[in-house]
Design a binder for this molecule. Structure first.
Ligand SMILES: [Zn+2]
Ligand SMILES: [Zn+2]
Length: 386
């Protein structure tokens, strides 16, 4: 066999392998990595599989067992070191997985703990910043997101709900970072994707079981999904949090979360601190003897937007932010020198209630029933059918 034939056979095997790895795991997403850190210098080490390295139009070689490359941003270009030998400066470096590849990324400047990601990578310079894009299958991406955001130890049916919500978000927000050269970022701005899936195989089972399922409204449009840890027994109206109502996110009573860990909380704040915040920030009418007597007394049987009375203009979400409260769903009363806040729930309370959904899963509800319980007028459908 002459060398030209050898090269072409090798190439077609690579293409074949790539083809199989993509069709077996679904479509490819473009996720911007380490976006919270403005990376200047980074290493990519082989963890699993083999990678081919392409720098602009040149083939540099391959990344095999325990090999690594280092890329540094210098004068708007990417300086590449391979096997500790400088290869020159380039505009774009591509690391293509030859099937089931995994790389370990360690940002050296700034220093960031190692992260592992699957599939392929493209490194370029966009707007003077090193831009690292993970070209990852939808399945591998969703697995990483669900573990990054939710952690382990949850019911399989609950993971399926998370898979449907994350997949819906991914389709709906594909162009969120288009100007920066990728679809979604890896931070909480989009969906946390701080690593590939490592510890929870049940997550992959859930992602596969829900295949292409997304949440859609009555017109078959993918909907915006929201969730918080615990709604405190009453799912919150979106307009109370974001000043805008969302048709499929409506308030209702949730009995599934009321006996769970984060259902109730208390906080004590010195009366002087609380009073001076209300007076300075909102001009609380302390000069009015009736109002002054009521300043630490507030009942919230159902969710409200404002402290004591809307005419005072004191949003509960401001109090939550100022005093780092678990939720806005609290009542207040004076006790000694403190004001005691007795609260329910954890988080903004809009959309799916995680503890309620987990409880539903344990009680035998399916992921479709759970999703349709928390979002009004939605159904679960395969994306391909829309
Ligand atoms: Zn983002
Ligand atoms: Zn709830």
């Amino acid at each position: 066999m002459n060398s030209i034939v050898q090269v072409s056979v090798h190439k077609s095997i690579s293409i074949l392998l790539l083809f199989f790895s993509l069709t077996a795991t679904g479509q490819v997403e473009s996720i911007g990595l380490l976006r919270d850190h403005k990376v200047k210098r980074i290493t990519f080490s082989q963890h699993l599989g083999t990678y081919s390295i392409q720098a602009d139009s040149s083939s540099i070689g391959s990344l095999n067992a325990q090999q690594f490359i280092e890329i540094e941003l210098v004068g708007g270009k990417l300086a590449l070191n391979y096997n500790t030998v400088s290869q020159g400066s380039f505009s774009k470096i591509t690391l293509t997985s030859q099937g089931n590849g995994t790389l370990a990324l360690i940002s050296k400047v700034p220093s960031v703990r190692e992260r592992k990601y699957q599939d392929s990578f493209e490194i370029s310079v966009v707007g003077g910043q090193m831009t690292i894009v993970n070209k990852v299958s939808m399945e591998n991406y969703l697995c990483g997101v669900i573990e990054s955001e939710g952690g382990g130890g949850r019911h399989g049916e609950y993971y399926k709900v998370q898979a449907v919500m994350s997949r819906t978000y991914t389709y709906k927000n594909k162009d969120r970072h288009r100007n920066e050269g990728f679809s979604l970022c890896d931070g909480v701005h989009c969906q946390a994707y701080h690593n590939m899936l490592r510890y929870t195989p049940e997550i992959r089972t859930a992602v596969r079981a829900t295949q292409e399922d997304v949440l859609v409204d009555g017109k078959n449009n993918a909907v915006s999904t929201y969730f918080s840890a615990n709604c405190g027994g009453e799912v919150c109206d979106a307009s109370m949090v974001w000043n805008t109502s969302i048709s499929h996110v409506v308030p209702f009573l949730d009995t599934f979360c009321v006996h769970t860990v984060q259902a109730r909380w208390t906080a004590r704040i010195p009366q002087t601190t609380f009073r001076s915040f209300l007076v300075k920030q909102y001009g609380y009418p302390i000069y009015d003897s009736i109002m002054a007597a009521q300043i630490f007394t507030f009942e919230q049987e159902h969710r409200k937007s404002f402290y004591i009375h809307p005419c005072l203009g004191i949003p509960l979400r401001d109090l939550r932010a100022e005093f780092k409260l678990k939720s806005t769903f609290f009542s207040a009363h004076p006790e000694g020198n403190d004001v005691v806040l007795v609260g329910r729930g954890f988080g903004h309370g809009v959309g799916l209630c995680q503890e309620g959904a987990m409880n539903m899963a344990k009680n035998g509800f399916t992921y479709k029933q759970i999703a349709e319980f928390y979002f009004d007028g939605v159904s679960v459908k395969p994306y391909g059918d829309l």
